[in-house]
Design a protein around this ligand. Sequence first.
Ligand code: CAA
Ligand code: NAD
Length: 302
Amino acid sequence: TVRSFATTSSRQNAIKTVTVIGGGLMGSGIAQVAATTGHQVVMVDQTDDILGKSKASIQKSLQRVVKKKFAEDPKGGEQFVSDILGRITTQTDSNAAVANSDLVIEAIVENIDVKKKLFSSLDKAAPQHTIFTSNTSSLPIGDIAVSTQRQDRFGGLHFFNPVPMMKLLEVVRIPATSDETFNKLSDFGKAMKKTTVDCKDTPGFIVNRLLVPYTIEAMRMVERGDASFKDVDTAMKLGAGYPMGPFELSDYVGLDTMKFILDGWAEKYPENPLFQPSALLNKYVAEGKLGAKSGEGFYNYK
Ligand code: CAA
Ligand code: NAD
């Protein structure tokens, strides 16, 4: 009941303007969905060249949506795309980009020092009411939030790849996150038409805490010679109903990203056997086979 009061009051000053920092794989998807659901979006990246590519990828993704949604109405489809693109502006100066922002969603490189440096600077540039969030896959939100003076207005919004298709949003709170902030973030997730789940600031939140050890165990199974990676993928798709097997999914997420997550946890929690390195994963990354994005991983994409 306390929560429903808070939800009601937060609706009155709901999040309308969003700054997405990082226009890569995740940032461009987040910007797309936020604009699709009526939010005003500023997307930030390091150069205009990168931002041009981000906008092109949003356009391409929207075309896939239009192909189905407006199959019989090409004019309506054109209007749909131009309305959404019209709600997205781009910026290379992140401090300037947050000046009128209700919410910041950070989706830059998975590096704690780079993220802390960014938030420390944004903390001085953003209005008092602006809520800060990170889309980190594996870093503790609390370790990032300490770079600011607004830990009560700090949380995690963890989206899934591909953002336009995946229905889940993990909303993460740290002990300092206020109820008002948390409720606003959950409401924002629902406004983005995602189903939200409440997470504490534990390694991998819910999904990655289960998905990463499962995927690494699949790699260990292959290392032991118990099955081929293709058979493992076939088995998990047809026997467990997963849309992708663990090797296809690793290629999709990026083998370097998988290794980065695992190595970070192994260093932080050396006693946990689930977080131990995989020789197979290390071999692929050392050979530069990073998955779909590099043209080759467990599978060939060339
Ligand atoms: N934008 C818009 N539409 C998209 C899209 C995108 N980026 N990607 C897929 N689609 C839509 C399209 O409408 C497509 O239809 P068309 O062929 O007409 O374009 C439809 O999805 C089906 O796509 P595909 O035929 O290409 O392939 P699919 O049926 O296998 O679906 C998938 C693709 C939705 C990605 C599905 O395979 C899937 O759910 N895979 C698992 C993804 C997953 O587990 N993601 C989580 C990764 S972990 C993570 O993100 C967290 C982390 O921190 C690392
Ligand atoms: P990406 O490499 O595709 O994109 C990152 C973007 O951030 C790049 O375009 C880069 O130029 C930009 N960038 C880097 N430093 C910047 C700075 N200081 N200011 C502005 N822009 C900067 O990476 P991604 O896969 O989109 O991942 C982004 C974040 O999302 C990471 O924290 C990652 O862990 C997390 N995440 C990734 C996935 C996934 O499946 N790839 C899923 C969920 C969460």
